[in-house]
Design a protein around this ligand. Sequence first.
Ligand code: TRP
Length: 319
Amino acid sequence: MDSASLTEQEISAAAELDEILNGLSRSQKSLSPKFFYDARGSKLFDAICELPEYYLTRTELSIMQMHIDEIATLVGPQASLIEFGSGSSLKTRMLLEKLDRLAAYVPVDISRDHLLSAAESLASDYPAVEVLPVLADFTQPFQLPNPSVMPLRNIVYFPGSTIGNFSPENAHSLLQVMHIEAGKDGALLIGVDLQKDTAIIERAYNDAAGVTAEFNLNMLSRINQEFGADFNLNRFQHSAIYNEEYGRVELNLISQCDQDVRIGGQSIHFDKGEALLTEHSHKYTLEQFCNMADRAGFAVHTVWTDSEQLFSIQYCLRV
Ligand code: TRP
């Protein structure tokens, strides 16, 4: 078949299969975390955010609630709020409600469905705010839309400690993209999970109800469904270990036996005990994050944390 007869969807499915096979062919096997988020994965992720052990979401929200007035004062009037990723989350809603006469809300996401449904729901709940969704991969510089009201400044918003899911090197490049998009007088409002006692961190990713394990394993059932693989979910086990040296949680699926998995006409061998890496979640000290922000041209202006210093929200000025 020549490529002209393939639909765009078929081409991207073929590229994704290639990506999967590449990840499974390396000596350290890995799968991209983007494969977590099919419909079931997104539901499980929402459930993770409500788990008693998962302190991140709840703590970030309470820090926001405590300091929203101060945040609004720092941002000032008529800003454009540029969210990296699209959340119809409570935190985004708080900003849309409390920031003074927003010029626009600009969610940026690579997933069209997710972007448009979040944008629509916020546009209908906040009719006074111009919502201008941008379909783009935010790891690369992108063109900002022109709101009908001229923004006085851009505020880049990146909640959820999603920065932690990038390697420190990629996190630094992402901050550089944010620096470009923030523009003159711009600022960054970012949620960053902090280094802390290993037991607290490991509990958050090994919940008693097993939701995180289900979320992790769901990646295999999704790959079975969408790419015709034959992963046996009973033969892999969820693992989340905090690596103190690297300051990161390492999410893996551990092969419980010697086995071969078929995918895309290939056979992939797993040794008993072999790890398949699905995601990293980096935790920072305040000093480490400050240094990284600094190298990307941001000066940390205000840091808010909870009483136990579990999580931080940081307001950084573009310099
Ligand atoms: N960024 C958050 C974290 O690192 C949320 C998250 C992303 C997550 N991927 C995950 C949580 C995988 C659990 C498992 O914790």
